[in-house]
Each structure stands twice: as structure tokens, then as C-alpha cells.
Design a protein around this ligand. Structure first.
Ligand code: SF4
Length: 184
């Protein structure tokens, strides 16, 4: 197997539940029909992947399942996708099982989401998320013009190892394979 092939990433959707209703959501697109269905996270097919991206849905709505997944992949490099930080997520962060985070900022911003962003920057500053970490956002009045949001964009933008990108479409990168837990 070539070096490129051994670096494949597995993106696993742990839940499809989400209270947002984004037009671009991958979970409504045909991408989902191409996902490989897993009965459980101990499936040997995942052994070949060096990097795991745990995604949803809103992972903050399933903290215990997320924690169990992070423990089961603790020998791999684990990334997670989040849209908000809750008290349970704050506790999970302290275990330092997560390598990098992609925080999605939606438009319009909800208060809970605005106040989640400084928590993410705090984890990065403390070295809990070695990264790369990404802040992905939708353009629009609810996001870009929000004063809190501008401040956090500056944090990500002025720190070379963090990447800020405009969220324009929701698609699975070509170097990733998509998995879905069968109970979804
Ligand atoms: S927040 Fe994410 S999972 Fe939820 S609807 Fe939007 S794109 Fe989909």
C-alpha cells in the first residue's frame, strides 16, 4: 500500500440529529447515500485509517457517545466537528483525546454559538487541541458583522497554524471515506 493510501481519513457520522436546518447540509445530500454503514465503532474496516473525523449532526447533543468514540480511537489522530460547546463538551476536552477541531459558525449566529468560540480559542491556547484547527463560517449579517465573531476570526487569522475558511458548500473531501453508524 502506498504512503498516500495509508494516510486515508475516515469521517464518521455519529448522529444525524441537529436543530439547525442548513441548506448545504451534507446529511441531506446524496453524499449520505454513499456512506459505508457501520454496525459499531470496533469494525475492523476502521483499523486501516490513521485519522478519524467524528462528525454529525450536532455532536454536543450526544456527549456520552462522543466520549466513548474518542476513547475507542485514542490510538489514532482524532478530529471532531462542532457547532457549539456545552458543559459536557467542556469536560470531554479536558481528557485531551482530540487532536483538532473544526468549528462551524452558522448564519445567523445563535448566542450559544457566539459564546462557544472563545471556549475553543481557550482550548487551543492551553495546548489541548494541537491542531490543525479550523474555523469555518458562513458569510452574512448574522456572522461576519457580529463584533464577537470578528474578534475570534482575528484570533484564528493571525495564528498561522489555524485556518479560517469561508463555508460555501458542504462536501466530503476526496481523501476521506464517509461512514455512518447503523443506528442513525
Ligand atoms: S449544523 Fe451541520 S449537521 Fe446541522 S444542519 Fe447544519 S450542516 Fe447539517
Amino acid at each position: 500500500m502506498s504512503e498516500i493510501e495509508t494516510k486515508k481519513k475516515a469521517r464518521i457520522l455519529l448522529t444525524l440529529d441537529c436543530t439547525r436546518n442548513c441548506k448545504l447540509c451534507k446529511n441531506k445530500s446524496k453524499i449520505l447515500s454513499e456512506a459505508i454503514v457501520l454496525e459499531h465503532l470496533a469494525d475492523p474496516i476502521l483499523e486501516d485509517y490513521d485519522e478519524i473525523i467524528l462528525s454529525g449532526g450536532d455532536l454536543a447533543s450526544i456527549p456520552y457517545a462522543l466520549f466513548r468514540a474518542l476513547l475507542s480511537f485514542r490510538d489514532k489522530r482524532c478530529y471532531i466537528d462542532l457547532i457549539r460547546i456545552t458543559d459536557d463538551l467542556e469536560t470531554i476536552m479536558k481528557f485531551r483525546l482530540i487532536y483538532g477541531i473544526t468549528f462551524y459558525v452558522h448564519n445567523p449566529l445563535r448566542e450559544e454559538e457566539v459564546f462557544s468560540i472563545p471556549k475553543v480559542t481557550k482550548y487551543i491556547e492551553r495546548g489541548w487541541l494541537p491542531g490543525p484547527n479550523k474555523l469555518l463560517f458562513e458569510y452574512g449579517n448574522g456572522g461576519r458583522n457580529n463584533p464577537y465573531f470578528s474578534e475570534y476570526c482575528k484570533f484564528f487569522n493571525t495564528t498561522s497554524s489555524y485556518k479560517m475558511t469561508a463555508l460555501q458548500e458542504c462536501k466530503i473531501p476526496t481523501n476521506e471515506d464517509l461512514f455512518l453508524l447503523s443506528n442513525q
